[in-house]
Design a protein around this ligand. Structure first.
Ligand SMILES: Cc1cc2nc3c(=O)[nH]c(=O)nc-3n(C[C@H](O)[C@H](O)[C@H](O)COP(=O)(O)OP(=O)(O)OC[C@H]3O[C@@H](n4cnc5c(N)ncnc54)[C@H](O)[C@@H]3O)c2cc1C
Length: 442
């Protein structure tokens, strides 16, 4: 059995690792010159780390067991981190119950309502009802407008930028479940990372796939996928082609239409999908910038919507004795900033940085990087599960598995690992002829 996998992001590589471990011969086609997609890495001079920031939560069970299976369990490190808020030009830590109780922007009644919202959200099971109202409406209804303005809006802005009031309540519900359940389980705000960042994951997955006789084609954009004359699925790239028993497409749905023959797939409602993009400045410094893993910002004069103090989580022995901090701004995929010159973005973001941290000596800045991605995540707008582009594969040997199919999950690699597991549970028999051994509880 030969399987072609289009896309060498975490999803494609997770699938390739699992299929190749079942003696299936896989070939991965990745258009970029390195694996990883959104979870890929950058060379920051003295060290490699993620292009965008990634954290692992204690309740990321699917991801953690996959990493363990791959022999990466020993590379995991855990640390207690802090969360901050920048409200009314002041920094506040909300990293413990005591800090929460003394958070000045909220009075006691608001805090009680906030605690109730979090508890109520984490207990809710029927997410489909939440699709009909926005996160903003649900949060105001459940916890009041003061809580919304001072607590939830900065958090939504940090995650969604201008779309903070457009997503359905499923977004905030899945966020509350993922983040607050993690804290409850671990009884503290402990977060995880891998020594070497996600580069170490992709290096390991590539090694497993190649040891299992799989092939990885980098800098290889697939231009077309169609049925060949023998009934196999042909993948065309750079003037060449390879035919497979089965092909799985893992790239964004918006690219599917231009890449795959209409004889293999029918896509409806494609125009309804709205992707969120991101522009992210990364500073490498000789001194730490932020004590918080996440700083949520409620200040429109700051050009980015959050600060991710990666070095508050990752000890600097893993980052060349330097400190790494991310400054993301989430935007519409069609926002012109995604086409702006890097130097223009750098200028605006650095002005925002100086405003937020006026005391930081610029001599301690080693390097400034600007990273962008146009298609990070389909926006979970109102009634997303009903308006999601419907993808019907028209041939039993062609499959689509991508993150636009996550209707009640936030985008993260635990969800990716879960969806790969579910896919294998549902389809492995067609790949191997054997019953699936994959997690039957899904
Ligand atoms: C700013 C940011 C922060 C994040 N933080 C976290 C976090 O803290 N924790 C967490 O778990 N997750 C986080 N994530 C999410 C995580 O990065 C994603 O879950 C994951 O990368 C999705 O992987 P994927 O393979 O589904 O998609 P992608 O990474 O988009 O991979 C798709 C791949 O397909 C390739 N491709 C597409 N079309 C073709 C073609 N025609 N031919 C060949 N190749 C093609 C693309 O080049 C790409 O490499 C974050 C993401 C971002 C952007």
């Amino acid at each position: 059995m030969t399987v072609g996998i289009i896309g060498g992001g975490f999803l494609g590589m997770c699938l390739a690792t699992k299929l190749s471990s079942q003696n299936i011969q896989v070939e991965i086609f990745e258009s970029q010159d390195q694996l990883g997609g959104l979870a890929t890495w950058e060379n920051y001079g003295d060290f490699f780390w993620d292009r965008f920031y990634h954290v692992i939560l204690p309740n990321d069970n699917y991801l953690l067991s996959f990493l363990e299976e791959c022999g990466l369990g020993d590379s995991l490190k855990w640390k207690k981190t802090r969360t901050g808020y920048y409200v009314d030009q002041q920094f506040y830590s909300i990293s413990s119950s005591a800090e929460f109780l003394t958070f000045p922007p909220l009075d006691l009644l608001s805090k009680i309502r906030l605690a109730f919202t979090i508890y109520y959200g984490s207990m809710l099971k029927d997410w489909e009802k939440l699709e009909t109202i926005t996160s903003k409406q649900w949060l105001i209804k459940t916890g009041g407008s003061k809580n919304y303005e001072k607590f939830w809006k900065p958090l939504l802005l940090a995650k969604l930028g201008e779309f903070h009031d457009k997503v359905s309540a499923v977004f905030i519900w899945s966020y509350i479940k993922r983040l607050f359940e993690a804290r409850e389980n671990a009884n503290k705000e402990e977060m995880g990372f891998l020594k070497g960042g996600y580069k170490s994951v992709f290096d390991k997955l590539a090694q497993i796939v190649e040891n299992n006789k799989g092939k990885i084609h980098l800098s290889t954009r697939v231009d077309n996928v169609e049925l060949d004359t023998t009934g196999k699925i042909a993948v065309h790239y750079g003037g060449m082609n390879r035919s497979f028993d089965k092909v799985v497409f893992t790239g964004p749905t918006t690219l599917l239409k231009n890449t795959v023959s209409p004889k293999l797939v029918e896509i409806k409602n494609l125009s309804d999908i709205n992707y969120l993009g991101v522009v992210c400045m990364v500073l490498v410094t000789t001194k730490p910038i932020s004590p918080y893993y996440v700083l949520n910002i409620a200040d429109h004069s700051i050009p980015f919507t959050g600060v991710i103090g990666m070095s508050s989580l990752v000890d600097n022995e893993y980052t060349g004795e330097q400190y790494i901090t991310y400054f993301p701004k989430y935007v519409n995929a069609s926002d012109p900033i995604l086409d702006d010159e890097v130097t223009d973005i750098r200028k605006v973001f650095m002005e925002g940085f100086s405003k937020l941290y006026p005391g930081f000596n610029s001599e301690n800045i080693v390097s400034v990087h600007i990273n962008k991605a146009r298609r990070v995540q389909p926006l979970q707008v109102l009634n997303y599960s009903k308006t999601i582009p419907s993808i019907e594969t028209l041939h039993e040997d062609f499959y689509v598995l991508n993150t636009s199919q996550f209707v009640n999950d936030t985008l993260n690699n635990n969800s990716v690992a879960k969806h790969v597991e579910r896919f294998l549970h549902e389809n492995l028999k067609q790949f191997t002829g054997a019953e699936s051994e994959f997690n039957k509880a899904i």
